[in-house]
Design a protein around this ligand. Structure first.
Ligand code: ADP
Ligand code: MG
Length: 238
C-alpha cells in the first residue's frame, strides 16, 4: 500500500534562521487513515503542512505524496498533485470573498479534471449536497456572501470545499480554534464521517490535545521533531 504522505529525514530551516524548525526521521499517513498531529503553537505544524503540500521545499530529506517524489517534482507538478489529491482547510479558511457559498465549495473542481471526474452530476449540486451534509442547507444562507457567514458557518464551507471531488487526503490546519467545545466536537465528527465516506485520509492539526480521542492515531510533533527544544523542568512545571 502506497502511503499518502511519506517523509524521511526531512530537515527544514526558514530563511535567515540560525537553526532548523523541523528535523523529522519519519512521518507517514496511510490511505484512509485519520491522524491527529498535535504540538504547541510555534512548534512547526503549519510548516510541516507546507512541506507535505509542496508549498515549501526541505533542505534535506525525502517527501513523497501519493508515492511521487515532491522534492524532485517541478513547481507545476507539485501544483497539480496538490490540486488533484489534497483538500486543504486553512486556519483562516481562505474563502474567496467575491464568490458565493456554493461557488466557493465547487472551486477545486475548476482546478482539477481528476476531481471534476469524481463528481457525478453538476458541480453546484455536489457542492450543495456536501454543504447539507455539513449542516448548511438553509437556502437563505447559501445565497449570502461568505463574509456574511458566522465563523462556524465559514468553517463548514471550507470543509465542504476541501472534501469536494474526493481528494485522497484532507488536511486541516487548526480549523477549530475559533469554536466552542460543542461546535468543535460536532465539526470534527462531521469532517471525519465525510472523509470516511469518500475514503479520504485526514490529517488534522491542532495545539489542543483534547481532540486526540476523535482520531485513530495521534502524533506528537514535539516527540518526533529532533529540532524541538526540550522544555526545561521549570517550564513543564508551570
Ligand atoms: P505552528 O503552526 O505549530 O504554530 P509554525 O509552523 O507556524 O508553527 O512556525 C514554526 C516556527 O517557524 C516558528 O518559530 C515561526 O516563527 C517560524 N516561522 C513560521 N513561518 C515563518 C516564515 N514565513 N518565516 C520565518 N519563520 C517562520
Ligand atoms: Mg500553525
Amino acid at each position: 500500500m502506497t502511503a499518502l504522505v511519506d517523509l524521511k529525514g526531512v530537515r527544514f530551516t526558514w530563511p535567515k534562521q540560525p537553526r532548523p524548525v523541523l528535523d523529522l526521521a519519519e512521518f507517514t499517513v496511510l490511505p484512509g487513515e485519520r491522524v491527529f498531529l498535535r504540538g504547541p503553537s510555534g512548534s512547526g505544524k503549519s510548516t510541516l503542512l507546507g512541506l507535505i503540500s509542496g508549498v515549501l521545499a526541505p533542505q534535506a530529506g525525502e517527501i513523497h505524496l501519493m508515492g511521487e517524489d515532491l522534492v524532485a517534482a517541478s513547481g507545476a507538478r507539485r501544483d497539480r498533485l496538490r490540486a488533484d489529491h489534497l483538500g486543504i482547510i486553512f486556519q483562516l479558511f481562505n474563502l474567496v470573498p467575491y464568490l458565493g457559498v456554493v461557488a466557493n465549495v465547487a472551486l477545486p473542481l475548476r482546478f482539477s479534471a481528476r476531481r471534476r471526474a469524481a463528481v457525478q452530476g453538476a458541480p453546484d449540486a455536489e457542492a450543495r449536497r456536501l454543504l447539507a451534509a455539513l449542516g448548511l442547507s438553509d437556502p437563505e444562507l447559501l445565497e449570502r456572501r461568505v463574509i456574511d457567514l458566522s465563523v462556524g458557518q465559514q468553517q463548514r464551507v471550507a470543509a465542504a470545499r476541501a472534501l469536494i471531488g474526493a481528494p485522497d487526503l484532507v488536511i486541516a490546519d487548526e480549523p477549530t480554534s475559533a469554536l466552542d467545545t460543542l461546535a468543535r466536537d460536532q465539526f470534527i465528527t462531521l469532517l471525519s464521517e465525510e472523509a470516511a465516506q469518500t475514503g479520504a485520509g485526514l490529517l488534522f492539526v491542532s495545539h489542543d490535545p483534547g481532540l486526540a480521542s476523535h482520531f485513530e492515531r495521534t502524533v506528537d510533533l514535539m516527540e518526533i521533531n529532533r529540532a524541538a527544544q526540550p522544555a526545561s523542568q521549570g517550564e513543564s512545571a508551570a
